[in-house]
Ligand binder design. Structure first.
Ligand SMILES: C[S@@+](CC[C@H](N)C(=O)[O-])C[C@H]1O[C@@H](n2cnc3c(N)ncnc32)[C@H](O)[C@@H]1O
Length: 459
């Protein structure tokens, strides 16, 4: 009797637990992360390892990061950890399987149509289209393999003198089918058994990062980049850098750099000015490092998974070249990985710091945090400039969503003086695309808010 009461209570508890687990996302995440922690001793150690950028040097294994080490990376606190990197490498690794998995779902859906519709699908070559799409996904996966391999190699080279950390890196390499032999990365035999590791993130961010390599480095997308870069470069050249003032110590900072096209353009246009770019997303960031250091062009099919709005299959499957061979890394460019609000420059004696933001302000959950982080840079320089270009298309659960006018008045309240503020919203003069497929039936364009402001509040 007592036994059956106890088992009923346990059963009821399990049912409540399962119901909670199924209904509550927060609870699911909490439960899963505890399970992971319980079963993975390795993650306990690696969770404490920080990844410095741009070197990908790992620090803090069984010790804490020293002030000197954290200074090296110009990101204070919240330095990304090794699991932040490895989880995202796994997300990249899954691109092919998940892409083909989606196509097989489309295949199964279409197979539900039988009889005449089924015959007509065959006659149209609909199933052949899905097979061809898989081939294109496999080609993109080939580029992704190169990005993973490049990142593993960089990790290996930057940490080869640390024996304990190299053991961790060897395990990470094995997860992707590589082993380290005599300081080189070699592929394991295809019959080797890889550990099964699954990422939790969605694949959208992987598609986005791959497409951004085209946006930033393909001639096809110069029409999207040029208007942004021209505005920023023109403002710096004619309104910030004094002609002949070679001795001025100037720093350019680009928050939310994506895969790094804008900071690269600024660093190569102004070789005497230090450029620090800061990007939060690990996927974007590894693509940024790859773009700057790989030195070979890569062919990407950025629209392959966009089934809507296509006129013909060849457009959907078409490839663009990311001309990476043209984009060498510049000595005056430091691509940093982390949260811009945790960034600080390496010195306090700059004459001028120029924040250059493109398509960034509207990513803020709390735009006041962005403003405060930008304004805090006044401590590091005599003159603080902010040049911005982009829409106000808010995402990421923003606490406030300002109009351009409100944002302008807020700048004034906080001590900024606009040298220029314009809107480009006239479609007849051309709006700005963002990863737009110009051959498709759906083409999104943005109006732009452009301003150049100087911070005049004295601390
Ligand atoms: C809309 S994208 C624009 C990327 C690039 N500026 C461009 O024009 O292609 C915004 C970028 O900001 C990054 N981002 C968002 N919040 C950030 C933060 N707090 N610190 C650094 N980067 C951030 C995102 O990961 C994303 O790559």
């Amino acid at each position: 009797m007592v036994g059956s009461l106890a088992s009923n209570i346990i059963l009821a508890l399990v049912v409540v637990l399962m119901t909670l687990l199924r209904q509550n996302k927060l609870f699911q995440e909490w439960f899963l992360s505890h399970l992971e922690k319980l079963f993975s001793k390795k993650s306990k150690l690696t969770q404490k390892v920080n990844v410095l950028s741009p070197s990908l040097k790992l620090v803090g294994y069984k010790t804490s990061v020293t002030a000197h080490q954290s200074n090296l990376c110009k990101i204070n606190h919240g330095i990304p950890t090794l699991p932040d990197l490895t989880q995202n490498l796994i997300r990249l690794h899954e691109y092919r399987a998940r892409g083909e998995g989606y196509n097989s779902l489309l295949f199964r859906r279409a197979r539900q149509l039988d009889g005449t519709a089924g015959d007509q699908l065959q006659e149209l070559g609909y199933f052949t289209k899905l097979m061809k799409n898989n081939e294109s996904i496999r080609e993109n996966a080939g580029v992704i393999d190169k990005i993973i391999e490049f990142t593993l190699m960089k990790l290996m080279h930057s940490n080869e003198h640390n024996k304990e950390i190299m053991e961790e890196i060897e395990k990470i390499c094995a997860e992707h089918g590589y082993k380290i032999e005599d300081g080189h990365l070699t592929q394991l035999n295809s019959d080797s058994v890889f550990p099964i590791v699954l990422s939790r993130g969605s694949q959208n961010a992987v598609h986005e990062a791959l497409a951004h390599l085209c946006r930033d480095f393909s001639s096809y997308y110069s029409k999207e980049r040029d208007p942004l870069q021209k505005f920023i470069i023109n403002r710096i050249r004619h309104h910030v850098v004094r002609p002949g003032a070679m001795k001025e110590k100037i720093l350019i900072v680009t928050p939310g750099a994506g895969v790094g096209g804008l900071p690269h353009a600024l660093a190569s246009t102004f070789p005497n000015i230090q450029v620090d770019s800061v990007e939060l997303s690990a996927l974007m960031y590894v693509c940024n490092l790859f773009a700057l250091e790989y030195k070979h062009d890569v062919k990407i099919r950025p629209f392959v998974q966009q089934y809507s709005g296509q006129t013909v299959l060849n457009n959907q499957l078409r490839s663009l070249w990311a001309d990476l061979s043209k984009f060498n890394s510049c000595d005056n460019l430091d691509p940093l990985w982390g949260d811009f609000t945790r960034y600080s420059p390496d010195a306090k004696d700059y004459d001028k710091i120029i924040i250059c933001s493109a398509y960034f302000i509207d990513t803020a959950e709390n735009v006041f945090e962005y403003l405060a982080s930008i304004e805090a840079l006044k401590e590091y320089c005599k003159e603080l400039h902010w040049i911005n270009v982009g829409p106000l298309k808010y995402g990421t659960k923003p606490l406030v969503q300002f109009t351009g006018d409100e944002l302008g008045r807020l700048r004034k309240i906080r001590g900024w003086k606009d040298l220029v503020e314009t809107y480009e919203v006239d479609s007849s003069k051309g709006l700005n695309g963002y990863l737009t497929d110009y051959e498709s039936m759906y083409q999104g364009y943005y109006g732009l808010l452009k301003f150049h402001s100087v911070f005049e509040r004295s601390n």
